[in-house]
Every structure is written in C-alpha cells, then in structure tokens.
Design a protein around this ligand. Structure first.
Ligand code: PLP
Length: 417
C-alpha cells in the first residue's frame, strides 16, 4: 500500500490511511473502463450516474471537439454564446410547465446552493423578512457544499460531523402514511413564517440509500408545499435524463416544481455542468430597478461552452435514440435478474425503478470485501452502507447487463451465505 503521507492526491470520501490504493483508469468506451494493467471492467454505476449514453459517445466527442476549436471558454458576465443560449432554450422546452429560466453552474452541489439562494432571495426581494429555513427530508442527499449539506439527512448522512457548522433546517419524513402527511402539514403550518422552500429528490433518494417513493408521495409533497405557499425545489441531479424511466422524475407525479436542479447526466457524463431552472414567477421576483435584487451568484466557469456543447449533443441523443425505451428494457432486466436474491436470509429488500436496481442487506456488509469480489468478476460496482446497486449507462449492451446481474447474484449470495 502506498504511504498516504508521500502521495499527493486526496481522494473523495476516502480514509486515506486505510483505503486500498485506487485503480488506475486509462480509457473508457461504451460501458467499459479499461485499467492501466489491461483489465477491462463493466461499469455498473456509469461513473456516479452520469454516463447516460455510455462513455466516449462519438456525437458528444465531435460536438466538444468542434467547440474546442471555436471557443473552449469565455466568461459569462456581460457575454453570452450560442451553446448556452441553445441549451437553455432546449431545457426550458423539455421541462414541464413554465420552468423557463436557466442558471448554469458547474456541479450538482452548487446547483443546489443556487436553488436555496434563489428561494431565500425570492422572499427578500418580495419584502418578506425571516424566511430563511428549508424543509428537507430525512434520508435525503443534496451535495457537499454548506447549504447543500444542511439539507442532507442530519443524523444518518455523511455530513453529521458538521452539525454545529450548518444552518439549522426543518426535517420531515417523506409523507408516505397518513400520519406522516399530517405531521408534515403541521410542521409546515408551525414553521410557516421561517420557511423559504421545500427541497426533495423526486422518486429516489439516491446517495442517502437509494430509497424510492411512489409518485403520489411526491404529489403530496407538492400539494402541501402549495397549500402553505412554499416554493418546491426538485433536485433531479440524480433522477434527471431518463434514470427513473421518464425524462424527468417529476413527470411521473404530474407536478411542476418552482425550481429544479440538474447536473450529472446533463452533459452525458462528459463534463462538469449543472443548471438551476426556475419558473417564470420565481424569475420575475428578481426583476427590479434595484441592482441588489439580482440573483447574487456567478461562478467563473458557469455555462462553459465546451460543457454546453456536450449537453446539447447529449440532448440530441435523447431526441434521436430510443433512450427511454431502453430504460424500460433495463428496468425489466434488473427486476428479473435481481428477483432471485429477494428470499436470501441476509437480504432485506430488492427494488427497481427505471435503470436503478438495488439490493438492501439486513446488515451492512464488509464493503471492501464486496468491492473485491465484484472486481474479481470484471465488474465495477460500488456498494455503500447496507446496499449494493446498479445504475448502468442507459445504452448498456444486454450481454454486459447480464454479466453485471450475474455478478450481483454471485456476490450477494456469497456475502449473505
Ligand atoms: N443532489 C443529488 C440528488 C445528488 O445525487 C448529488 C450527487 O450525488 C448532488 C446533489 C451533488 O452533486 P455534485 O456531486 O455534482 O456536487
């Protein structure tokens, strides 16, 4: 093992003293990651759920190469450019309702920060003081920056050590039962004068444990938010772009949030780009003769032209190729392939939604051992907590998916034996 004290890279979510050294990736193609030692792994998680069209899609590569020639980057303050103009208009056209106003940033966490700031500043701009808190859901995850951390699960989440540093938000259980609906309703009524918004991961709480909820739960959240006059922020950073079976998860509940966040698969997983999209009403609360009423945010690399070109090319692929049909086929294969694990004594639950397949263990397994077993079978799967899951590229070849599922069955069976 390399001595972390003499090594320059500091890795994500990694205990540098004890972690096994990372594998060196040298190339990617389709659903495959090629390692420096020549091994080729089938990627079961599409690089943290980003690579919607698989790796190195020629259409995205060509669009980025052309943009690289013309203008890799230009500042966005006082300037604009066709890739961003086009992308914003296309996103507005694809999103439900009047989610028409697009603010670009460069990561999911920052898209969430901007959404929270939008909600808070919207009240300030309307002359209503004191509305600075966010109602968020237990088991949720929205990112690693300050505001985003503050709306992650405060007890179970990975940020619990930061409790004293974070703004105190209001947490509820997702309203799955009548009691939970009534509790949320009561919390909203009680905190009404201090709340700025509600934030939710529609249909799937991803990094908090891949927990799914029915569209009517999402619809209930939207209904309660509306009843209490609170803007709803839909964090579709994980669920956006087909992952749950529809282009956006909100569609399944027939809701239009007031603010929606996108990232991850926005560029087909090729480049850092995120977007926070607001309805006309939210946007118009920033229109004023007062310069201080403007949205006070502006990352240096916002709307990077290369990333916008990649995102436009990714949208072309969603238009031209049958991605959602493929997601339906992946969902069926996941459901069928994971079903035999349901009755193993160590397995608590199997769940599938779109191109997300999850095995929940009764007890957290030895994750390092699990990862080793997947690697030995030529697959790249990253279990966490008490779950192991597959979120493959939406273009994965059926033989590759079959191999991933075979690896899941073998590893879960051995682990729970
Ligand atoms: N929101 C959700 C729902 C996410 O799943 C993630 C990342 O996993 C984020 C926000 C944060 O995105 P990023 O890692 O790009 O900052």
């Amino acid at each position: 093992m390399t001595d972390p004290r003499t090594h320059h890279l500091w890795r994500p979510y990694t205990q540098m003293q004890t972690a096994a050294p990372p594998l060196e990736a040298v190339r990617t193609h389709g659903s495959r990651i090629v390692l420096a030692d020549g091994r080729e792994l089938i990627d079961g998680i599409a690089s943290w759920w980003t690579a919607a069209h698989g790796y190195n899609h020629p259409h995205i590569r060509a669009a980025v190469a052309a943009q690289l020639e013309a203008m890799p980057h230009v500042m966005f303050g006082g300037l604009t450019h066709a890739p961003a103009e086009r992308l914003a208009a296309r996103l507005a056209g694809l999103l439900p309702g009047d989610l028409d106003h697009v603010f670009f940033t460069d990561s999911g966490s920052v898209a969430v920060e901007v959404a929270l700031k939008m909600a808070v500043q919207m009240w300030v701009n309307r002359g209503i003081a004191g509305r600075t808190r966010i109602l968020a859901f237990r088991e949720g995850y929205h990112g690693d920056t300050l505001g985003a951390m503050s709306v992650c699960d405060p007890d179970e989440g990975m940020h619990r050590r930061f409790g004293a540093y974070l703004p105190a938000q209001v947490f509820c259980d997702l309203p799955r039962t009548a009691v939970q609906v009534a509790t949320m309703d009561a919390r909203m009524a009680a905190e009404r004068e201090t709340l700025a918004a509600v934030i939710i991961e529609p249909l799937v709480q991803g990094a908090g444990g891949m927990r799914m909820h029915a569209p009517d739960v999402l619809a209930t959240v939207a209904r309660l938010a509306k009843r209490h006059g609170l803007p709803l922020i839909a964090d579709e950073i994980f669920t956006g772009f087909g992952r749950t079976g529809t282009l956006f998860a909100c569609e399944q509940a027939g809701i239009v949030p007031d603010i929606l966040c996108l990232s991850k698969a926005l560029t087909g997983g090729t480049m850092a780009l995120a977007a926070t999209i607001a309805t006309r009403a939210v946007f118009e609360s920033f229109l004023s003769d007062d310069p201080a009423a403007a949205l006070m945010h502006g990352p240096t690399f916002m709307a990077n032209p290369l990333a916008c070109a990649a995102a436009n090319a990714s949208l072309d692929l969603f238009e031209r190729e049958p991605r959602l049909e493929k997601v339906a086929a992946i969902a069926m294969a996941l459901a069928e392939g994971l079903e035999p694990l349901r009755y193993l004594p160590g397995v608590a639950d199997i769940r599938v939604l779109g191109a997300i397949g999850v095995v929940q263990f009764r007890q957290a397994p030895d994750l390092a051992d699990l990862k080793r077993r997947f690697l030995a079978l030529g697959t790249w799967v990253r279990p966490f907590g008490a779950i192991v899951y597959l979120t493959p590229a939406l273009t994965i070849a059926s033989e590759d998916l079959a191999q991933l599922l075979a690896a899941m069955r073998a590893v879960v069976t051995e682990t729970t034996a």
